[in-house]
Design a protein around this ligand. Structure first.
Ligand SMILES: NC(=O)c1ccc[n+]([C@@H]2O[C@H](COP(=O)([O-])OP(=O)(O)OC[C@H]3O[C@@H](n4cnc5c(N)ncnc54)[C@H](OP(=O)(O)O)[C@@H]3O)[C@@H](O)[C@H]2O)c1
Length: 338
């Protein structure tokens, strides 16, 4: 596992154990800074290793969560050494030969892998889990999305930044300058997730949501507009999604459809204060959906409120589920041909 000391990597290690992943051996990799550090693995501690041409030999599966630059530099090398890489970074996602896979949505895409499989962006992941049953039942023409994304989506340093700023404000101390985000995140709402690249007026996160959704769902014709917003929440991304369907779908039918969908839990009794909350989604693997209602401005539009744990289903859980599928379907490179 590459990036084992990070926010996603440490969650992935926990999920491997929770799901009793059938690994003979797990080796945590991180930067030189962490080399030699011990990671708790139940009965034993696992020593963190640094990446080198020698240390990456002999693996069946390599789970990557160390950022795009590390994936660019090392994923192909792991694949060349015989592993199948499941990569959490955005680096490989849009390459045509790399499957971009959500376990409940397009597991069949794993079949054609060439050694690297990409795990989608966290906000995209939870959204497509909720949208796939709707797409299959009535088709989707257009999506208008606004996200409310937690700081753990940026990694461990962002969690510390929110904590330090909030503490300083509550204790009336001098506010530390932001180093991760462009503005203060504590007690604030920032309409920028990632960067505005090359003068684009959409951020890279918004572009990812639009492009990855079309690739995963296999529908280039879906119109999508996304606004991604960072909020001072530790874990759990929330999303307001306006879905324009091809055929009519009532809120009742949508509720029923999603109630039996894999990986989805419907919580939708707003009169009694019951709807998905980030604090309820944190620590769970399912995507929570509620506030299902008609958009009064369009006869074939519904509004949904979709919440998921960005570190679990949004990253680590899906990566481990893909590793399970690769193993169960004999899609590892060391596996005998089926
Ligand atoms: N956070 C999320 O919700 C989320 C969701 C989906 C996808 N992702 C993606 O997952 C990746 C990791 O995100 P994160 O949130 O876990 O970040 P993070 O908390 O900052 O962790 C980064 C990890 O990368 C390791 N690393 C840094 N430089 C390295 C090097 N030269 N060689 C090997 N390892 C190195 C770090 O090790 P050290 O501890 O030694 O520095 C750490 O383990 C990113 O690509 C991110 O876009 C994140």
């Amino acid at each position: 596992m590459v990036g084992a000391t990070g926010a996603v990597g440490s969650t992935m290690l926990g999920i491997l154990r929770e799901r009793a992943f059938p690994a003979d051996e797990v080796v945590p990799f991180a930067s030189e800074r962490s080399a030699g550090r011990k990671i708790d693995w139940g009965e034993q501690d696992l020593p963190v290793q640094a990446l080198s041409p020698e240390s990456i030999q002999g693996f069946d599966i390599a789970l990557f969560s160390a950022g795009g630059a590390i994936s660019e530099a090392w994923a192909q090398q792991f694949a060349d050494a015989g592993a199948v890489v499941v990569d959490n970074s955005s680096f490989w996602r849009m390459y045509e030969h790399v499957p971009l896979v959500v376990s409940e949505v397009n597991p069949e895409a794993l079949d054609g892998h060439g050694g690297i499989v990409a795990n989608p962006n966290c906000s995209t992941m939870q959204m497509v889990v909720a949208l796939k049953p709707i797409l299959d039942a009535v088709g989707i023409e257009r999506l208008v999305i606004s996200t409310y994304q937690s700081v753990s989506g940026t990694g461990q340093r962002a969690v510390e930044e929110l904590h330090d700023q909030a503490l300083a404000i509550l204790e009336a101390k001098e506010l530390p300058s932001p180093t991760v985000y462009p503005h203060q995140i504590a007690f604030n709402v920032v309409p920028q997730v990632e960067r505005f690249k090359d003068g684009d007026d959409y951020t890279t996160e918004e572009r990812k949501m639009m492009a990855e959704t079309r690739k995963i769902l296999g529908r280039q014709d879906i119109g999508i507009s996304a606004t991604c917003v960072r909020v001072p929440v530790y874990t759990g991304h929330s999303e307001s999604i306006n879905v324009q369907t091809r055929e009519d779908l009532s809120p009742e039918e949508c509720r029923e459809l999603l109630s039996s969908a894999p990986g989805v839990v419907v919580i939708d009794d707003p009169g009694n204060g019951l709807y998905p909350l980030a604090i309820d989604a944190a620590g769970r693997d399912e995507v929570l959906v509620g506030r299902i209602r008609r958009d009064p401005s369009h006869e074939r539009c519904l509004n949904l409120w979709v919440v998921g744990d960005n570190l679990r289903k949004g990253a680590a859980t899906n990566a481990v589920q893909l590793a399970e599928l690769l193993n169960e379907r004999s899609l590892l490179r060391s596996a005998p041909a089926a």
